[in-house]
Write a protein of this length. Structure first.
Length: 594
């Protein structure tokens, strides 16, 4: 009986223990570590000092559950004192130094007894502790990095403070905005920002507020300088055996030591070491390579020839030219009235190269003209047309050139073998003895009018036809034509006729041609008309502005040689009509000639 009673009591105790175990929830310590970037425990605004004069350490406690009431947790460090304060979503536990274990309890939760901190708490240090309740709700917060400078290809790496967490890539910074963002689970993270030529930037962040975006602004510190390397020669610049450029190079070098060389063909390389410190831009003038040289001894027949080596003058022969860079060179000797001679030679280190060059006064002479295809005579002999090339010696020659519509060129010309190309220019003859022309004209004088001319020259003899339409009108009362009552007539005149003359060409563009001719003046109204035969005396001045185009001016006088009574009656009534047939005029025209 007693045995049965004992078994019943034991069953009841087990049931109670089971029920209690089901009622209690669990929490755990997800992470605990020192935060080397957090100096809160030493901050005058937050620090606390124990009775021995030592600073308290601070353990900042957070929970994975933002709704968790952290004040319900109790912390016991054995014989060491602790103080608990609430700070903006965190529980700050101040504890004396040398603590190694902690017991954490909370009503309704299973107690964590004598948890090994795996470190010894140090005075004035700040630690973080993350608590996790059983079956926690995962909360996230948007994390946004803003990195300057933006366009350096920076990469953000991040690592959670949770046990067994590994570093992962957060993202690559946008080259324009410098931003990269991602939603991350609540907790504490460390990050690294890596970019070429910049120091790696590290930091720690804590995500605990899902309603806000956590923005971390980071300015990268350069690990380089902008360097300009310059050498006063055509040398190639090498940095650590890598070619950078010729004569001058500007670029980025990371901090450190570098070997810089200047290399140039047929020169001894120069080398020097430079030290680059960060963010210290500089320009460095490099030592040029040393030329490797030899000597050239040059003479000529005849002496006194000008020496030019690779485009540079070195005086006249004979001469020793020292300090020439080794290798192949081109020498040109020239002298008035001699054909230039060009040779290639080679200079060797610390040796003398001898050259003796004979100049020739016979050369391929070329005679050119403007215009081309001019007929060429040399010393009175027809040799062809320009351009003309032949072997000739230096000297004076009688040159004659002819070309249609150009003045003949005749001159004694000196041909020089040292300058074998001669350019000669013929003067254009715009006015020629035989040509034709058409012209538009405007006439001013006693008869204002406009018209045209057509004519030509045959060996300077001129013949021309013309017509001029009067621009003015004259009103007369006519009462003698029919014996009837008078009527008003509006009269106008037209002159047409021909002229002959002889032209005198002056220079290349001007011709003066005296002219005489006969013309008929026709006067017409509505009911009346009459004709007058007029003699014309004048001078035609014409000037060629360009090939086939010119301007003319012709002053002339008209004389009535045969007229009718009607014309006499009209002229007695109107001096204007009289001037149409017996006046002086000047005719201005633009003409085309061919």
């Amino acid at each position: 009986m007693k045995r049965l009673q004992f078994l019943g009591v034991l069953v009841m105790l087990l049931c109670c223990l089971s029920a209690n175990g089901q009622r209690n929830q669990k929490f755990s310590i997800a992470s605990f570590e020192q935060d080397p970037f957090d100096l809160t425990a030493k901050n005058d605004a937050y620090k606390k000092i124990d009775g021995s004069g030592s600073l308290y350490a601070i353990i900042k406690v957070t929970s994975n559950n933002p709704d968790d009431n952290l004040r319900e947790y109790n912390f016991n460090f054995g014989n060491l004192r602790s103080i608990v304060e609430q700070h903006d979503g965190e529980l700050w536990v101040y504890v004396q130094k040398n603590a190694k274990m902690v017991t954490i309890s909370r009503t309704g939760y299973t107690t964590i007894s004598r948890y090994d901190l795996k470190t010894t708490i140090e005075a004035g240090k700040t630690y973080t502790m993350s608590l996790t309740t059983s079956a926690p709700t995962v909360y996230t917060q948007m994390l946004h990095f803003v990195v300057k400078p933006a366009n350096v290809g920076a990469v953000v790496m991040i690592k959670s403070s949770k046990a067994n967490a590994v570093e992962e890539m957060f993202g690559t910074v946008d080259a324009t905005t410098g931003s990269v963002a991602r939603s991350m689970e609540y907790g504490t993270y460390t990050y690294k920002i890596i970019a070429n030529n910049y120091h790696t930037s590290e930091g720690r962040i804590m995500l605990k507020d899902k309603s806000k975006t956590y923005v971390e602004e980071v300015s990268l510190r350069p690990n380089f300088s902008e360097i300009t390397l310059q050498v006063d020669s055509d040398a190639d610049i090498y940095v650590n055996n890598e070619r950078k450029g010729t004569r001058k190079w500007t670029g980025i070098l990371r901090t450190g030591n570098y070997q810089v060389e200047c290399r140039q063909e047929n020169h001894r390389n120069s080398s020097q070491y430079i030290t680059i410190t960060e963010n210290e831009n500089m320009a460095i003038v490099l030592t040029p390579p040393t030329p490797i040289t030899g000597t050239l001894a040059v003479t000529s027949r005849p002496l006194g020839a000008n020496i030019n080596i690779d485009g540079k003058d070195y005086g006249t022969t004979p001469q020793n030219i020292n300090d020439l860079i080794i290798g192949r060179h081109t020498i040109t000797l020239s002298k008035a009235n001699y054909k230039p001679e060009k040779q290639t030679f080679e200079v060797r280190e610390n040796q003398t190269t001898d050259l003796n060059i004979t100049l020739n006064d016979i050369a391929k002479m070329t005679i050119k003209s403007s215009p081309d295809n001019s007929t060429l005579y040399i010393d009175g002999k027809h040799v062809g047309s320009t351009p003309y090339t032949a072997e000739m010696g230096s000297g004076d020659y009688d040159i004659r050139l002819t070309h249609p519509n150009y003045h003949d060129f005749a001159k004694r010309v000196h041909l020089d073998s040292s300058n074998p190309v001669v350019n000669l220019k013929l003067e254009r003859q715009f006015m020629v003895p035989t040509s034709g022309y058409v012209q538009g004209s405007f006439q001013a004088g006693t008869m204002m009018g406009a018209g045209g001319n057509i004519g030509g020259y045959i060996k300077n003899f001129n013949i021309e036809g013309y017509v001029i339409v009067g621009l003015g009108k004259e009103n007369l009362y006519i009462n003698y034509t029919t014996g009837a009552s008078s009527s008003e007539e509006s009269l106008s005149g037209t002159m047409f006729g021909g002229k002959v003359g002889y032209g005198f060409i002056i220079g290349t563009r001007l011709r003066i041609t005296p002219q005489v001719g006969l013309g008929s003046l026709s006067i017409k109204g509505n009911d009346v008309s009459t004709n007058v035969l007029c003699a014309t005396v004048g001078v035609r001045f014409e000037y060629a502005i360009a090939p086939n185009f010119g301007v003319s001016l012709t002053p002339e006088g008209n004389f009535a040689v045969s007229k009718k009574d009607m014309f006499d009656s009209m002229t007695s009534a109107s001096s204007k009509i009289k001037g149409w047939g017996t006046g002086a005029n000047a005719r201005l025209g633009l003409y085309l000639y061919f």
